[in-house]
Design a protein around this ligand. Structure first.
Ligand code: BG6
Length: 314
């Protein structure tokens, strides 16, 4: 087996959809579907799944896959005539034959470059041309790194404006025992209260009912502590100023065809996003955004979170 094959395997997934498996030498892995350009699995060296994927996920267009890391582009939510969270998550991406250099990732061998360009049908829905690139890479320590580059390729001189999110579903043992650190005292828009603006209290965020909030100007590092599993996820982001936190809780979960009734207990979405201030690109301009996830034992940082230490100590 060639070393290339060990790190990157192209194969078929659910319903015969194309998927790419990334493997890192210590046993960590990730799976990426070309449908949606979507990471659906991320495992540590013990082969433990770190992302939530619904047991009822529908791997069939036009429904986006419920779980993993859906890409929300060209919009987050449902503003105007476009569908909720945009269409990138229910289009078939291609493996990028000619990716531009991604300087920071050059030493990683387990990566794949994907690209989405609009079809003629897409241009009717959103009248713009673009190249939406995604590099998914596994770091040597098993970190999951997503880098996006979006370029305006309009030939009619028109700018376009978009919002974006990595809609990450973390797998948690019990949502009632989860704490999120890094969002305290921030302002947020509450989607459950007509997007009214509030200020978060000073304590770490815990969960006892439905949550759907957009935290504004969130720090570059956020930690999600799964007490029961003694695991901390550290999310690092760049170019994505906001952070969305979502859990549908019991009633909404029951109403969702592609989520098991009790599965809300084992998921938490914390999404690096750009929602409040949309990005505008002139023709030829490019935007970059990035999200890096790592999972470390909670003992490294319990009580006195320092995500930098947590990231580099394990
Ligand atoms: C979150 C939104 O990001 O995604 C929620 O803040 C929304 O309002 C949720 O319900 C799920 O969206 P969808 O379209 O995947 O069901």
């Amino acid at each position: 087996m060639s070393s290339e094959k060990v790190h990157v395997e192209h194969c078929k997934g659910v319903n015969g959809l194309d998927k790419v498996i990334l493997r890192e030498i210590r046993g960590c892995s990730a799976e990426v579907y070309l449908y949606g350009g979507q990471v659906t699995s991320w495992k540590n060296e013990l082969r433990e799944e770190l992302l939530f994927l619904s047991s009822k996920a529908i791997f069939k267009p036009p429904k986006a896959i419920r779980g993993g890391v859906p890409i929300c582009f060209p919009q987050f939510r449902n503003i105007g005539s476009l569908e909720q969270h945009g269409f990138a998550r229910n289009r078939v991406w291609s493996v990028d034959p000619d990716p531009p250099p991604f300087p920071s990732n050059t030493s990683h061998r387990a990566f794949v470059d994907l690209i989405l360009r609009p079809s003629e049908e897409d241009v009717k829905i959103w009248p713009h041309r673009y190249e939406c690139r995604l590099r998914v890479a596994l770091g040597p320590g098993g970190d999951l790194m997503l880098t996006s580059r979006i370029r305006n390729t309009n030939t009619d001189g028109k700018s376009f404006t978009f919002t974006f999110a990595y809609h990450t579903y973390f797998f948690v043992t019990d949502i009632s025992e989860v704490r999120v650190e890094g969002l305290e005292t921030l302002d947020y828009l509450d989607n459950l209260k007509n997007r009214e603006r509030f200020t978060e209290q000073g304590d770490a965020i815990t969960f006892e009912s439905e949550v759907d909030k957009v935290y504004l100007g969130a720090p570059t590092k956020i930690a999600i502590l799964d007490h029961e599993r003694k695991r901390t996820f550290v999310l690092r982001k760049d170019g994505l100023p906001d952070a969305v936190v979502w859990n549908p809780w019991d009633k909404k979960a029951k109403a969702m065809a592609d989520l098991g009734d009790d599965e809300y207990k084992h998921m938490l979405c914390v999404e690096a996003a750009c929602v409040e201030n949309p990005i505008t690109l002139k023709p030829g301009e490019e935007w970059r955004g990035r999200q890096e996830l790592s999972a470390v034992p909670s003992s490294y940082c319990s009580g006195q979170l320092d995500p930098r230490r947590a990231l580099f100590s394990g």
